[in-house]
Write a protein that binds this ligand. Structure first.
Ligand SMILES: NC(=O)C1=CN([C@@H]2O[C@H](COP(=O)(O)OP(=O)(O)OC[C@H]3O[C@@H](n4cnc5c(N)ncnc54)[C@H](O)[C@@H]3O)[C@@H](O)[C@H]2O)C=CC1
Ligand SMILES: NCC(=O)COP(=O)(O)O
Length: 348
């Protein structure tokens, strides 16, 4: 688990989670700054007694919960409730380190408490979102995708963290088909075989016979047909104002939406306090609460643990379902190196 942005609710949620009995049987390697975790525990009103291990002890760890203290953002330098390059840089370092632990097969799942993309961009101007960063740290060109997960329905997206004005131009049969395949694969791997996927339309009333927009007929419908021809149980395009209504009535296990908020508004209304973002496609699950850094309540002890707890439980469940992965060598500088390189590569 990487401790999220120190200026937000990430530290208190990390501390609260570590104190929660639901996690007592899990082995958790927490990566971040010890003083920030201590601050989080104080805000959350919990007591933690976490052994601190050094980076070179990882690989032969005791079971239970341990902290790798990177000492990268002393709590007394943190201003709660706002973005900063310092908290962004520490978040990036914590994240890169836990990704390397998972790549080496030492961690079975990665979790993070909320990051702040503005802080991360202040630290590294090439930063856009977690997906691009993960690709660089893991050195892969097969990007994963985000899913939003509630027990009753999953939401996958064709586009994610891009300006709304670019959504229509990014849509293609291949891209939608790729999202359908990944949704089918990921849910099947998560123990929900042959998921029924409702595909949201882009335009009002799915274009209403080409009255307002042609993407539904010309791009989404052929992509759905291609998915069905491959054996994927997909239906659409379905007007996006009713596709979630149909899903929660039991018709679909997942909804594939065309852009971020088309799905997020529905998902967060249905289950803000239990919504999980799963980043899938990398060989191990990466999970985080679907909510963000909540700067308006940071440090006030009011942050609800629900979504963070569900994220941890989903990560553990998915890791247990997946076969053991081969161990790879862990670079000696796994906890500190490579962020510069990753960011430089992103800027190219
Ligand atoms: N897991 C992650 O790393 C995520 C990070 N983000 C990032 O978080 C930052 C802020 O995003 P916003 O859009 O402002 O959304 P936000 O989720 O941080 O806040 C929206 C509202 O929900 C409330 N809220 C959020 N979490 C809560 C909790 N656990 N308990 C009680 N109330 C809670 C906040 O107080 C605020 O009023 C952005 O930089 C965004 O990229 C957003 C979503 C997920
Ligand atoms: N930091 C993770 C993240 O932003 C995922 O959140 P969302 O795209 O699901 O809103």
């Amino acid at each position: 688990m990487a401790i999220g942005d120190a200026g937000g609710v990430g530290p208190e949620l990390a501390a609260k989670l570590l104190a929660d009995p639901a996690l007592k049987d899990q082995d958790v390697v927490v990566v971040g700054d010890a003083s920030v975790l201590k601050m989080g525990a104080s805000h959350a009103g919990v007591t933690l007694d976490l052994p601190v291990v050094s980076a070179d002890q990882v690989g032969s760890l005791p079971s239970g919960h341990v902290l790798v203290d990177l000492g990268n953002i002393p709590a007394d330098t943190v201003t709660l409730g706002g973005s900063s390059p310092e908290t962004g840089a520490a978040s990036l370092q914590n994240f890169a380190a836990v990704l390397r632990l998972a790549k080496a097969g030492i961690a079975d799942a990665v979790m993070f408490t909320p990051f702040n993309k503005h802080s991360m961009r202040l630290a590294r101007p090439a930063y856009v979102d977690e997906i691009g960063f993960i690709d660089r740290v893991l050195d892969t060109d097969r990007s994963g995708r985000e899913f939003n997960v509630l027990e009753e329905v999953w939401n996958a997206r064709v586009t994610s963290h891009i300006p709304l004005s670019e959504v229509a131009s990014k849509m293609s049969v291949e891209r939608i088909l790729g999202s359908l395949r990944l949704t089918h694969e990921t849910m099947t791997g998560a123990g929900k075989p042959n998921p029924r996927i409702g595909v949201a339309a882009l335009n009002p009333h799915a274009g209403d016979g080409r009255n307002f927009g042609t993407e539904d007929d010309d791009i989404i419908a052929p992509a759905v047909a291609a998915g069905v021809a491959e054996g994927i149980d997909a239906k659409g395009p379905i007007p996006s104002d009713t596709v979630f209504v149909r899903a929660v009535r039991g018709e679909f296990d997942a909804v594939l939406t065309m852009y971020h908020d088309q799905g997020q508004i529905a998902m967060k209304l249905m289950g803000f306090d239990r919504g999980v973002t799963l980043i899938a496609g990398y060989g191990f699950p990466i999970v985080t609460p679907a909510h963000g850094t909540a700067f308006d309540i940071a440090g006030k002890g009011r942050a609800d643990l629900g979504a963070t707890l569900q994220a941890a439980l989903l990560g553990a469940r998915l890791a247990a379902l997946n076969p053991a992965r081969d161990r790879q060598p862990l670079p000696a500088d796994w906890a500190t190196a490579g962020v510069e390189g990753a960011q430089a590569a992103m800027a190219e």
